[in-house]
Each structure stands twice: as structure tokens, then as C-alpha cells.
Design a protein around this ligand. Structure first.
Ligand code: PXL
Length: 281
């Protein structure tokens, strides 16, 4: 059955993140991937300087109004990097306008990592994002984003399962969504996800061996493959595992090439991803 998704985030023309990652990955997974670009940048903002930026905020309601008129509907809405309060307000309206029974709204609250907000993001923005996630079915923050959404101090390491479970259950006051927390680590050599399945009232974990390199765009690779896997019918945990394993494959294919510092070579691992979700036969 054809599934149609719309992803709402910027297009960074060079840099292997946001739309240039979501569109190919989700399409390769056999899902029709419509796009709603929120801005056009010449590159992403992490490591490049003097990048161009064209804001498309005013186009967002015009584009969605046209879709409404054409009676276009979606099986899922997946949001990533969002640049402003106005964009959050438009996206909130789109989720209301396009909502129907069975739609999956996946919100990746892209705004921070390693204890720090990304360039241009503020605490007020984090508060607005914490309101937007009330409209989600699944939220996929990293540890830093979870802390900003909940208004608690970021803890880098040394926490235990009880801490993670408290953190996940704190989302109950913001949203009824399932939460998949990324970047969880209880021991130095392992890194993975904590999956809070609200319907089953269950929290479970999945880890891979930690690869000691930092690479841009891995959050978007993870979230795109997770969303594609979820929409393909995998459970929350299965989708999370596929996304972790695919992200690791992408990192392995990029390591050792010092010139490739701005993203991961996710394209080369697409055959692996397709095989994992059983679409290769
Ligand atoms: O990968 C998230 C992302 C998306 N879009 C832009 C970014 C970043 C991360 O820095 O700069 C423009």
C-alpha cells in the first residue's frame, strides 16, 4: 500500500542533513516523501561560515492551503529543524488541519546537542517546542533536547536507568506521545536509545558499541530512517533499532575520510537499510 509522508524542515543545499537526508532515505524505504522546505541555506550551520539563508516562513501556509484545496492528505507528518516561532505556529496549524485518525506525527525537536543549544536557538524557542510536542504521536529528542524541553539540567554521564525513566515519564506533562530518547549511555563503550512505549507503559533500551567520533547529520539520518521504518509497519522498538544500526553503518562508511567532516555517507549504506526492512527482494 502506498504511504505518503510530508517532512517539514529546511533544505541545506550542501551538508547532508535535514531535507537532503530525509528525502532520499524515506523514498528509498518505499514511502512517498513530500517536502515542505522551511528555509534554503547554502550549507548547514555547524562548521560552515558565511552560509546563505533564505527564510520561507511565509510560503508555509500558502503551500499547505494549496494542498488542502487539492484534497491532499498524508499518512505521516515528520518535522525536523525548525527555525522560528512563526514556523512552529504554522506547523501547529498544519498538524491540526491535516489530522485524521491513524496519522502519525513524528516530531524531532532539533535544537541542541552535547548540553548546548544550536546557533540561533533560545530557551524561549525550547519552550515553544515543548508546546508543539503536545501534538505529536512520537517525539525523538536527544538527551540535550529532552533536558531543554523539560526545563531540567543536562546530565552528560553517570546517570542510571532510574534517571532515564524519570526523565521519560516527565514527558507525561507535555505530551501523550511515545518518546524515543537518543544518545543514552550507561557505560562508556555503549551508546543507544531508550524507548518509552506509552500504550504498553513500557521503557526498553537498545545499544550498539560506541564509535568515538562526532559526525554531523547523524540525528537526521537516525530520525529519517526511524520514521520510514515506523511507517513501514515496524514497532517503535524495531524502528529504533533499524535506525541505530543504519546510523552506525553510515558512520563506519565515513570514518577515516578526514575531508568528509560535514556529514555522513548515508547514501552508501542505503542498500543495507533496504535489506534490513525487507524491501530488497
Ligand atoms: O542536522 C540538523 C540541522 C538541520 N538544518 C540546519 C542545521 C542543522 C544542524 O546544525 O544547521 C540548517
Amino acid at each position: 500500500m502506498n504511504k505518503r509522508l510530508v517532512t517539514i524542515q529546511d533544505i541545506s543545499c550542501v551538508g547532508q542533513c535535514s531535507l537532503t537526508v530525509a528525502l532520499p532515505i524515506i523514498s528509498a524505504m518505499g514511502i512517498e516523501c513530500c517536502v515542505l522546505p522551511t528555509a534554503v541555506l547554502s550549507t548547514h550551520t555547524a562548521g560552515f561560515t558565511n552560509y546563505t539563508f533564505m527564510d520561507l516562513t511565509d510560503e508555509i501556509p500558502r503551500i499547505s492551503a494549496h494542498w488542502k484545496k487539492e484534497k491532499i492528505g498524508f499518512d505521516a507528518i515528520y518535522t525536523g529543524y525548525i527555525g522560528s516561532f512563526d514556523q512552529i505556529a504554522h506547523i501547529s496549524n498544519i498538524i491540526k488541519d491535516f489530522w485524521h485518525e491513524g496519522i502519525k506525527v513524528v516530531i524531532d525537536p532539533v535544537m541542541a546537542d552535547k548540553g548546548q543549544l544550536y546557533k540561533g536557538f533560545t530557551m524561549e524557542f525550547a519552550r515553544a517546542m515543548s508546546q508543539l510536542i503536545s501534538q505529536a504521536d512520537v517525539v525523538v529528542p536527544n538527551m540535550t533536547e529532552a533536558s531543554f524541553l523539560l526545563g531540567v539540567d543536562y546530565v552528560e554521564s553517570g546517570y542510571d536507568k532510574a534517571y532515564i525513566e524519570r526523565l521519560l515519564r516527565s514527558f507525561d506533562r507535555l505530551t501523550t506521545a511515545d518518546v524515543v530518547l537518543t544518545g543514552v549511555s550507561f557505560e562508556q563503550g555503549k551508546l543507544g536509545i531508550a524507548v518509552y512505549d506509552r500504550q504498553r507503559d513500557n521503557i526498553s533500551y537498545y545499544f550498539q558499541d560506541r564509535i568515538d567520533v562526532e559526525m554531523h547529520g547523524t540525528g537526521d539520518v537516525w530520525a529519517s530512517s526511524f520514521t520510514g521504518a515506523l511507517l513501514s509497519g515496524l514497532s517503535l522498538m524495531e524502528a529504533g533499532q533499524v535506525a541505530v544500526d543504519y546510523t552506525v553503518e553510515c558512520i563506519k562508511r565515513t570514518m577515516g575520510d578526514k575531508s568528509h567532516w560535514y556529514g555522513v555517507k548515508f547514501e552508501q549504506a542505503i542498500p543495507y537499510l533496504i535489506k534490513r526492512i525487507g524491501l530488497d527482494g
